[in-house]
Write a protein that binds this ligand. Structure first.
Ligand code: PAF
Length: 271
């Protein structure tokens, strides 16, 4: 992969990179298309990274469909597909971890200890291997994009991190490979997530709406949905620091993480 990238770069070509864990949906494909518009060569990777899953999480049952992914990537115009094996990424003796302080501990980090160091480590390695000009990530994993941007800047990786809009299903549910776990009723219930984000946004857009009012509007939408078994967080945050937002200030991140049955779903909007 490094050799392939060097060959293209030596010819003056720009490389757009879309790292994924596979089970590709339209959200991923929108990243491929954006990368295609902005670069000469598009590289996609598929690697279900064991380091970013906790011991009781869904690594073993995470959806895998490499043939389907290959077909979708080819149709969307990806040029190179990189599918490393775990033993290539983490060979015997592997002993390094990349950890981005503070940003990794907030929001999802509080419920998934070690997750963001797993993400930062693998993305750092993948960027060093694919050596892209630009790398593309979806806004749905907002905290991930903040952690990766910090890591790339702090470690002088020399890549532009491009964050692309969340792609939604017709009812507003953010596309995610984990939506495959949802039964029909659960999928309907998951509509409450976007409903809660919109409720908070409409409070904050009104002239006198405050952050606490927005948070309680969100929680009341989520509380009404019987199939939501746990609200991990639902709040309004500063998009740069991920700490709780004050009423004043410009851009705000409205973000939610809930469980529906055993399935953990996250979503956010920026206003
Ligand atoms: O967002 C994902 O699919 C993963 O976290 C990533 C960025 C491919 C790293 O494993």
């Amino acid at each position: 992969m490094q050799e392939t990238s060097r060959r293209h770069t030596a010819k003056g070509k720009s490389i757009g990179f879309v790292p994924t864990m596979g089970a590709l949906h339209d959200g991923h494909l929108s990243l491929i298309r954006r990368s295609k518009d902005e670069n000469d060569i598009v590289v996609a990777s598929v690697f279900v990274n064991p380091m970013q899953f906790g011991p009781n999480e869904d690594f073993d049952r995470y959806p895998r469909d490499i043939e389907g992914d290959r077909e979708k990537l080819e149709k969307s115009g990806a040029d190179v597909l990189f599918i490393p094996e775990a033993k290539m990424i983490y060979p015997q003796g592997f002993a390094t971890r990349v950890h981005v302080d503070a940003l990794s501990e907030r929001l999802c980090g509080a419920f998934r200890p070690g997750h963001f160091s797993g993400v930062a480590t693998v993305v750092c390695k993948l960027l060093n291997i694919a050596r892209p000009t630009r790398a593309y990530f979806g806004q749905k994993d907002f905290q991930q994009t903040v952690v990766i941007r910090r890591m790339a800047e702090d470690l002088n990786i020399g890549v532009d991190i491009v964050v692309c809009p969340t792609v939604r299903e017709p009812g507003g549910l953010a596309m995610s490979s984990r939506n495959a776990y949802l039964g029909a009723e659960e999928r309907k219930a998951a509509g409450a997530i976007n409903g809660a984000l919109q409720a908070a946004a409409s409070v904050l857009r009104s002239a006198s709406g405050t952050v606490p009012e927005a948070v309680s509007a969100m929680k009341s939408v989520l509380d009404k949905e019987q199939l939501i078994s746990e609200i991990q967080y639902a709040g309004v945050y500063d998009p740069l620091t991920l700490s709780e937002a004050a009423d004043e200030g410009k851009e705000k991140l409205i973000a939610v993480a809930v469980k529906i049955g055993r399935t953990r779903l996250i979503d956010n909007i920026l206003i």
